[in-house]
Design a protein. Structure first.
Length: 341
């Protein structure tokens, strides 16, 4: 999803990132999030990563329950989709924030696009593998055919191959059709816990799901990404948006009904059953509340996790070693948020 072209050298990007960070830190020092000030609402647009679903619930909840309004924000949520280049729209000023992904942001930084991640709604990437019942772990796919989508080849597939010694000969294209899986007990396939697994359950298939993060896959997911100019010019707005969004996630996990009304309005194909299943999976896998979020607050990130993702991408030849990976994120907004699960 990254834009083409390398408009800035790595050293220039590093200087720009440090300057923006310093300016944002100075402005942020005066922000008090505990008691939002009464002022004219800031109009903000958030672009999601896909069609509306439970994985976007916290953001919709903050709209539905007035949490954004409480923080002086008038937020419009626009859906992403297969034909939507979210990074391009963000860089072009068509959105203030993007629901992003670490690989996407790091690749964009490599290309000189001045974007930064300010929070991670999901402590773990929901990506995983769905198998038939005879498979008991990710290590048990040696003799299996593995269905991999094009995007998987530049994200998790190199990780899985390197970790377990799988080969290209095992891989077949995943076309988002589950029939090959249902028809062949020797097939395993990439899956999201609220999508393919839901379809398998509806078809009464006896399937297992293995979350890659449980085996050490490092990236965050459902992150909040913005332009560095936004951090420089509107640090107070960014701080309020991060705080309100994390409160939205906490609220959604407690009572998803308000957000689900808006989700179904934006995506009429989303059923109550799938939404309920999606929320149950968010809770079961602790995507929002697990990991460091359990002790540091929803949305938290760490330098160590970003370094692990950077190291993996470099090792897998998905990213140049010279990339200034620290420009891809800042901890200064989320470390002041402290929305505890």
């Amino acid at each position: 999803m990254a834009l083409c072209g390398r408009s800035l050298r790595s050293s220039s990007r590093s200087l720009v990132a440090r300057a923006a960070s310093a300016a944002s830190a100075a402005a942020l020092a005066g922000v008090t999030l505990a008691a939002p000030l009464v002022h004219a609402e800031d109009h903000v647009t958030l672009l999601t990563s896909w069609y509306a679903q439970a994985e976007h619930g916290g953001f919709y909840q903050a709209v539905a329950t007035g949490i954004y309004k409480k923080y002086g924000l008038d937020v419009t949520i626009k859906m992403g989709g297969p034909q939507v280049n979210g990074m391009q729209l963000l860089a072009g000023g068509q959105a203030d924030f993007l629901m992003g992904y670490d690989f996407q942001v790091l690749s964009s930084v490599e290309e000189g696009i001045p974007v930064t991640t300010v929070a991670a709604a999901f402590q773990f990437d929901p990506q995983g593998m769905m198998t038939h019942a005879d498979v008991t772990s990710l290590a048990g796919l040696k003799n299996k055919t593995i269905l991999v989508a094009g995007s998987g080849r530049t994200t998790w597939w190199p990780w899985l191959k390197a970790k377990y010694g799988y080969t290209e000969a095992q891989a077949r294209p995943y076309t988002f059709n589950l029939q090959p899986f249902f028809a062949d007990p020797n097939v395993a396939m990439q899956a999201y816990p609220s999508s393919e697994t839901f379809q398998a359950e509806q078809a009464h298939a006896n399937a297992h799901f293995f979350l890659f993060a449980d085996d050490g896959y490092p990236p965050y997911n459902s992150t909040i990404v913005t332009m560095r100019d936004t951090l420089k010019n509107k640090p107070d707005m960014v701080a309020r948006f991060v705080k309100a969004s994390m409160e939205g996630w906490k609220s959604y996990l407690n009572d998803p009904a308000p957000a689900n009304v808006l989700i179904k309005k934006d995506n009429p194909q989303m059923s109550d059953a799938q939404l309920a299943y999606g929320v149950a999976q968010l809770k079961k896998l602790k995507l929002v509340t697990g990991g460091d979020a359990a002790t540091q607050g929803i949305g938290t990130m760490t330098d160590a996790r970003w370094k692990k993702t950077f190291d993996y991408m470099v090792e897998a030849k998905l990213l140049k070693p010279s990339t200034d990976y620290r420009a891809a994120y800042t901890l200064q907004y989320i470390q002041n948020t402290k929305v505890m699960p």
